[in-house]
Write a protein that binds this ligand. Structure first.
Ligand code: GZL
Length: 307
């Protein structure tokens, strides 16, 4: 695939360095910040010239960035699509320019064939299942109904769609559980705080909060405490990502479960970019390994957390 890359542009890495364009979703969460740092550090370590663009969670900014990369004739384009749909045209443009594309973190919905080489990212459906399985176990002996509020990630994004799907798949096997409210908090702390505040003012009885990421859970915890309730006690809190602040909140008894979603995929991504650039075959789907952590494991795990 080196044919489509054109001359290497700009400074750094020497004449034969791979030039890679990366369009990042934004800087909306602790997970995203760690993901960006991992990608930048890994590019530097690999001697890859990285052109990096932050889209501030706007799809049109990502599409523009990808077009700029095509214009500049980069060797490889990688990106984390903020939402699943709306990529067909720009992916076709990269393909006709002969520039290979690597998807990271989030997936796209497309019927087009061969418009990207591989997708490196977590299994968000499984992350949702893990959250659901723990909850079913936790409330196995409960005779009462369990009312759940759900803080969804960005509407239309793969993690929001899939984490909802996996969680619902598991809890719907039991009639104990009901999601009484579900709303988009955009993966941010402010979004989580605002939406949880609305949930609390419109629901007298909330047993569980299921947040699609830690930043929304941490924002929601502030609203729960402002309402005079104890997060982790009065309301069971389940979250996904595994950033340090969430582990600290777990150690403080305010979050009950964290499902890990590993952002540190920079080195794997650079290996893939080198293989793709060299025209080597790569697997179509590469999943990221990750765990689940309960409150009693938080204290011990905290010092070893890398993000
Ligand atoms: C998941 C990633 C999500 C994180 C959020 O891989 O796309 O986006 O869970 C981030 O923290 O905003």
């Amino acid at each position: 695939c080196s044919g489509g890359g054109g001359e290497s542009q700009g400074q750094g890495g020497g004449d034969d360095a791979i030039v890679m364009g990366f369009s990042q979703v934004g800087a909306e969460s602790g997970w995203r910040t760690a993901n960006t740092e991992s990608i930048k550090q890994a590019a530097q370590d690999a001697g890859i010239e990285l052109k990096f663009s932050d889209a501030q969670q706007q799809q049109e900014n990502q599409i523009q960035a990808i077009r700029n990369f095509i214009q500049q004739g980069v060797d490889v384009i990688a990106f984390s699509p903020v939402v699943e749909s709306g990529w067909d045209t720009v992916l076709a443009e990269a393909k006709s320019a002969g520039i290979p594309v690597v998807l990271t973190d989030r997936a796209v919905d497309t019927d087009q064939e061969d418009v990207y080489e591989t997708f490196l990212g977590s299994d968000f459906v499984e992350e949702g299942r893990k959250a659901g399985r723990w909850l079913v176990e936790e409330y196995a002996d409960s005779d009462d109904g369990v009312d759940i509020v759900e803080l969804q990630g960005t509407t239309g994004s793969a993690p929001a769609v899939d984490r909802k799907e996996g969680f619902t798949e598991i809890i719907s096997e039991h009639d104990t559980f009901e999601i009484v409210a579900s709303q988009d908090g955009d993966f941010t702390r402010s979004g989580g705080q605002e939406v949880m505040q609305a949930f609390l003012s419109s629901h007298d009885e909330i047993d569980v909060l299921y947040a699609h990421n830690d930043d929304m859970a941490l924002g929601a915890i502030e609203s729960i405490e402002s309402a005079g309730l104890e997060p982790g006690e009065d309301i069971t809190v389940i979250s996904i990502d595994g950033i340090k602040d969430a582990f600290q909140a777990m150690a403080d008894g305010k979050i009950n479960l964290v499902v890990e979603c590993n952002p540190l995929i920079g080195p794997q991504l650079m290996d893939l970019v080198e293989k793709v650039h060299a025209g080597e075959d790569v697997e179509e789907r590469i999943k990221v390994e990750e765990d689940v952590y309960t409150q009693d494991e938080a204290e011990e795990a905290l010092p070893n957390r890398k993000y």
